[in-house]
Ligand binder design. Structure first.
Ligand code: SAH
Length: 259
């Protein structure tokens, strides 16, 4: 019995861009769909996996350039399923992380349309993999926090800075480019050291990928001057130290000397 009958919806994680970072399940579902509603962040290599006869509908949203609002997207998905289509709603990264999945799930539930989720590789994992670094660090970065730094136009970022400024955490900040100044100032004011390592990865996993290493107080400068138009993930915390954490590097050297 197929897991993708006519008249049903899958919210599918497209991963960070590189088609090889799709799950095998995502690849199969994309190939089975009769219609694919996709985001701006879904790469062309991923869309090529759709059936030739399938309709590809771009419903992309990039900050400040909303081409379709969320309610319209919800309606399109539900209408296609009710018309008997096999609907894939393809979202960048993982659909359940800053992906407005709840609205789409509720719209389907409300219309009696069966809907399921296929997870994807989220941008933070892709960025760490590209950097060749771990997001966590045994005993030193025990917490990984996913944060969206997207603020409504004209509004200040309303985040719990005291909780975020935890020297034992790694912050993975989505949609944080425009807010880099605020992030840096507020985290330092809340007690995070100015020299806390920061990594920025733009267009992780794509051929246009770029990486930058800096420190928290210089983050606004790097974000403003070095980043381009691609989606960018900011990673803040000790785990982002280039070449490993100083104490660990020292311990390594000491051990090498003993050996
Ligand atoms: N659901 C997605 C996140 C959507 S929010 C996920 O799980 O990855 C969009 C934000 O994700 C972008 O503003 C950026 O911060 C981040 N992002 C998405 N794709 C990225 C990529 N290839 N490289 C770097 N950051 C990316």
């Amino acid at each position: 019995m197929s897991d993708f009958p006519d008249g049903t919806v899958w919210l599918v994680g497209a991963g960070p861009g590189d088609p090889e970072l799709l799950t095998r399940k995502a690849e199969r579902l994309i190939g089975m769909a009769t219609v694919v509603f996709h985001d701006a962040l879904v790469g062309p290599g991923v869309l090529e996996l759709a059936n030739r006869a399938a309709r590809l509908v771009h419903v992309g949203k990039r900050s400040g350039r909303h081409s379709k609002d969320q309610a319209t997207i919800d309606k399109l998905i539900v209408a296609a399923a009710l018309a008997g289509e096999r609907v894939v709603r393809l979202k960048g990264g993982d659909p359940a992380i800053f992906g407005r999945a709840t609205e789409e799930l509720e719209a389907c539930h409300g219309a009696g349309v069966p809907v399921r989720i296929c997870p994807g590789v989220t941008a933070a994992s892709a960025a760490a993999a590209s950097l060749g670094q771990s997001l966590t660090l045994r005993g030193r970065a025990r917490k990984l926090t996913f944060v969206t730094a997207h603020a409504r136009a004209g509004e200040a970022l309303d985040l719990d800075w005291a909780t975020l400024a935890d020297p034992e955490a790694t912050l993975a900040i989505y949609m944080g480019k425009a807010a880099a100044g605020d992030l840096s100032r507020q985290l330092i004011a809340a007690g995070l050291p100015a020299q806390t390592p920061v990594a920025l990865v733009e267009s992780a996993s794509l051929s246009t990928e770029r990486q930058f290493h800096s420190r928290l107080d210089l983050l606004p400068l790097v974000a403003r001057t070095a980043l381009g138009d691609g989606p960018a993930l900011l990673l803040i915390g000790r785990a982002m130290q280039v070449g490993g954490v100083p104490e660990q590097a020292a311990a390594r050297t000491a051990r090498e000397e003993v050996l």
